[in-house]
Design a protein around this ligand. Structure first.
Ligand code: GLU
Length: 394
């Protein structure tokens, strides 16, 4: 049920039935160019040797080198990575950056790993993939459960193998190791620009109530940005729990609580509920910022938000899309809403290649121009075709 790649192809079909595309294009774009699977042996701290399965799907490079993150998650498999790679190809086209679509992963729950174990896994992934990635071939980045530190280990490993120490093989590195200013917050920041540009068109009030699923790279920064701008974040979740306070959560205190307890659960002054229930809160804006397939046929009726903005990739299935569209609940789709991450990644790649360092102001100014422009273009397209924002973006 809910194979993410089948969902992705269903989205494609629904969108491309509205306008005419060359049939050859439609035939080609359904298939990844290349799928790579590797085994990664890792010596664990207790002396055991474990072998993990790693992936890279290079979906399409018609626009430039393959681009997309690497995910470490216990449920990751080749079908998921294929769907994510496909969405990357479309996402890069939506924001018009010179990159194709790819994605990587490892089937692993890295949460209990020590730093040493994570480093050996990261370096192992890069050793297995070094001949298929590269600054002009395929440029990975962070995704679920992968961090700037992991990108740094991978970049270093690539440098040792190939002698290319430009860092341009991978983005999302720490700023002191060739990362770009602003990359850490870029996904949520890009989503926030889109939100501000479209807010009135979406019928949202000046100050919104917001629920956010996920408190990782994207969700935590989103909580900070929306609350700093005066919106009321009333509910957030992580993989362990969700918390609600209809008066609004103190996000800075929550970030500290999460850092010390590793979960948002048990936060003082909020009610702790089941993780999934964050989706069903009555609010103006719901931001899924975790995993795919969260809002589907069986639970979509329980959504009470007025608008959805997808910082996660693929959180809404095609059947759920239909339901929301019929109920007049707009969904700002992932390939627009979360494209700020890959956009600033591409700025990082460009800075590495040119040996430049841009200021945070410069990065965000450039990002805002792109996000605002594409948000408006997609909203216009949706009006023109009388369809939803996802089909318009496709
Ligand atoms: N993993 C992120 C995404 O899904 C970022 C990809 C990148 O920066 O290349 O868009």
């Amino acid at each position: 049920m809910n194979n993410p790649f089948e969902n992705a192809l269903a989205q494609l079909e629904r969108a491309t039935s509205l306008v005419s595309f060359h049939p050859d294009f439609l035939r080609v774009i359904r298939h990844p160019n290349r799928q790579v699977r590797i085994s990664i042996p890792v010596k664990m701290d207790d002396g055991r040797l474990e072998v993990f399965e790693g992936y890279r799907v290079q979906f399409n490079n018609a626009r430039g080198p393959y681009k997309g993150g690497i995910r470490f998650h216990q449920d990751t498999d080749i079908e998921e990575v294929k769907a994510l790679a496909f969405w990357m190809a479309l996402k890069c086209a939506v924001v018009n950056i010179p990159m194709g679509g790819g994605k990587g992963g490892v089937t692993v729950d890295p949460k209990p790993f020590t730093d040493g174990e994570k480093e050996r896994l990261a370096r192992g992934w890069m050793r297995g993939m070094a001949d298929v990635v590269g600054p002009q071939k395929d440029v990975p980045a962070p995704d679920v459960n992968t961090t700037p530190q992991i990108m740094e280990w991978m970049a270093d490993e690539y440098g040792k193998i190939t002698g290319d120490i430009s860092g341009a093989v991978i983005t999302g590195k720490p700023v002191e190791s060739g990362g770009s200013q602003g990359r850490g917050t870029a996904t949520a920041q890009g989503g926030f620009y889109v939100f501000e540009t479209l807010r009135e068109k979406l019928g949202l009030p000046e100050k919104c109530t917001v629920a956010i699923q996920g408190f990782g790279n994207a969700g935590q920064v989103a909580a900070q940005l929306w609350s700093e701008a005066g919106h009321k974040v009333i509910a957030v979740s992580d993989s362990r729990a969700a918390i609600v306070n209809s008066e609004g959560l103190d996000i800075e205190a929550l970030v500290a609580h999460k850092a010390s307890t590793r979960s948002v659960g048990g936060f003082e002054g909020a009610q702790t509920i089941e993780s999934i229930d964050v989706l069903y809160q009555a609010c103006d804006l719901l931001i899924p910022a975790a995993l795919e397939n969260q809002i589907h046929e069986e639970n979509v009726e329980r959504i009470q938000a007025k608008v959805l903005l997808e910082l996660a990739n693929g959180p809404t299935t095609p059947k759920a899309d239909d339901n929301l569209f019929a109920r007049g609940i707009p969904v700002v789709p992932d390939i627009l809403a979360n494209a700020g991450g890959v956009t600033v990644s591409t700025f990082e790649w460009e800075q590495n290649l040119k040996k430049e360092n841009w200021s945070e102001q410069e990065v965000f100014d450039k990002l805002k121009i792109i996000m605002d422009r594409e948000a408006l273009a997609i909203a216009d397209k949706a009006t023109q075709l009388n369809t939803d924002l996802r089909r318009a973006a496709f």
